[in-house]
Design a protein around this ligand. Sequence first.
Ligand code: IPD
Ligand code: CA
Ligand code: CA
Length: 272
Amino acid sequence: MNELYESIEKVIKQAGEILLSAHLKKDEIFSKEGPANYVTVYDRKIQRFLIEEFQKILPAATYYGEEEMEGNCHGDIRHGYVFFIDPIDGTTNFLFEYVHSCISVGLSLDGKMIAGFVYDPYNNRMYKGMKNKGAYLNDKRVTMENKALSEGIAEFGCARYNDDRVDLMMSVVKELFLRSICIRNGGSAAIGISRISTGSNVLYFELKIQPYDYAAGSIILEEAGGRICQADGKEITLDAPCSIVSGTKAAVEEVLEILHQHCGQTTLQKYI
Ligand code: IPD
Ligand code: CA
Ligand code: CA
């Protein structure tokens, strides 16, 4: 792995230490826009730490992070290096001590993803993917079998702050339940997508999600041989939220078909 990626990985592991040593108090939790949308002092602390450290490693980079704070400029993602940062993906899990959250960092160059790191510090699991260099769990190369939906676990994500899509979401979830071995909603999209690279999930589906949730996972998944796209089959966007259907190529095909049957292209456009 090249020096740049090694340095990035080292910084993310240090950020993991911050998460592991957190003792969250009630007055360190704040509400954000929409129902059940929270941020804690640790989300901010980790994002600040990551940006400060990445600035030393790659001074020319700009940042597309979840938390609105210094350094997070939401610049033009089409040019130069951009870090997509979710300092804690799985904030609700973090609030309730589910110990299932991660730090998600994607890196793009001129609008294309070149690397992704999803670190679960509770299990010391570093998923990573680098353009044309493969996907790894810690330092072990991972590839996936092209399993059908019926051969594995299908995960979905949903958030109360996006609940305008609840009917469509639940009807698709019912289909996933009937067609897969089992369904899950783990509460961290980045881990859910990354898990596909090792075969733990065959699918991760969500109707509205942000680039910092899926940027890192998208390259990990693709480098392991999987596919990610929007609910109508279009390419995912890195400059705006979108829907995601990610998984083995076979499972993605099947879910695109389910979505098409459930809504037809016109209704789908209304939702995504
Ligand atoms: C959320 C998680 C969740 C997904 C939501 C995301 P956060 O991110 O990834 O699993 O369903 O759409 O917003 O708020 O924990 O960083
Ligand atoms: Ca997130
Ligand atoms: Ca977050």
